[in-house]
Design a protein around this ligand. Structure first.
Ligand SMILES: *[C@@H]1O[C@H](CO)[C@@H](O)[C@H](O)[C@H]1NC(C)=O
Ligand SMILES: *[C@@H]1O[C@H](CO)[C@@H](O)[C@H](O)[C@H]1NC(C)=O
Length: 166
C-alpha cells in the first residue's frame, strides 16, 4: 500500500468506527462574507448532516466521503429585508484569485426555504448536497450566497464554511 492508499484506508477505518455514532448533525463554524455594517442578513447557525469532525470540535471542518455521503446543509437565518418569490442562490469554491461556481446547482433558493422571506423572521434553509465521486478530494472553502432577485448585495445572505472531501 502506498501512503495515500494507507491514509484512505485509515480514514475509512476511522469512519467505520466513529462516523455514525460520533456526530450525526454538527454545528459548523462559518464566517460572514461581509462586515456587520454592510450586512443585511444574520446567520444564526449552520449544520451539516452527516459530518465527521476529526476531533469532534465545532472548529473542525466536516469531512465527507465522495460518492458516499449525501449531506444536508441546514442554515438558520434572519434577513432585514422582505423578498419576492424569486430568491437566487449560488455556491462557490472560494479560491485566492477567483471563486469557482459549483456548476449544476439549482439556482432557485425558494425550493429550499419558504418564500417570500419576511424581514425579521427567523427562517430555515435546507439544501441537499450530493458529494459526487468526481469532485476532487481535499479541503474546500465554500461560499454560499442567497439574494433577492435583482438585489445581489443589499438583499443577500452570504457565508463561508470549510469542508474536506475524501
Ligand atoms: C445521493 O443522492 C443522489 C441524488 O438523489 C442519488 O442518485 C445517489 O444514489 C445518492 N447516493 C447515495 C450514496 O445514497
Ligand atoms: C416587510 O413586509 C411587511 C409586511 O408587508 C412590512 O410590514 C414591513 O415593513 C416590510 N419590511 C421591510 C424591511 O421592508
Amino acid at each position: 500500500m502506498n501512503r495515500s492508499r494507507a491514509n484512505l484506508f485509515l480514514f475509512q477505518l476511522i469512519g467505520f468506527f466513529f462516523y455514525f455514532e460520533n456526530i450525526a448533525c454538527a454545528d459548523v463554524q462559518f464566517s460572514n462574507c461581509w462586515k456587520p455594517e454592510v450586512r443585511h442578513c444574520t446567520v444564526h447557525s449552520v449544520k451539516i448532516d452527516p459530518c465527521f469532525q476529526e476531533n469532534g470540535l465545532a472548529t473542525d471542518p466536516c469531512e465527507l466521503r465522495r460518492g458516499v455521503d449525501n449531506a444536508t446543509l441546514v442554515m438558520e437565518y434572519t434577513t432585514d429585508f422582505n423578498t419576492t418569490d424569486h430568491v437566487l442562490q449560488m455556491a462557490h469554491k472560494s479560491e485566492p484569485i477567483a471563486d469557482i461556481p459549483l456548476e449544476g446547482m439549482d439556482t432557485e433558493a425558494c425550493h429550499y426555504t419558504t418564500c417570500p422571506i419576511i424581514a425579521g423572521e427567523r427562517s430555515t434553509y435546507t439544501f441537499p448536497i450530493e458529494i459526487k465521486e468526481v469532485y476532487p478530494e481535499g479541503p474546500y472553502t465554500i461560499k454560499w450566497k442567497l439574494w433577492n432577485d435583482g438585489e445581489a448585495i443589499k438583499e443577500a445572505c452570504c457565508l463561508k464554511f470549510k469542508i474536506v472531501l475524501h
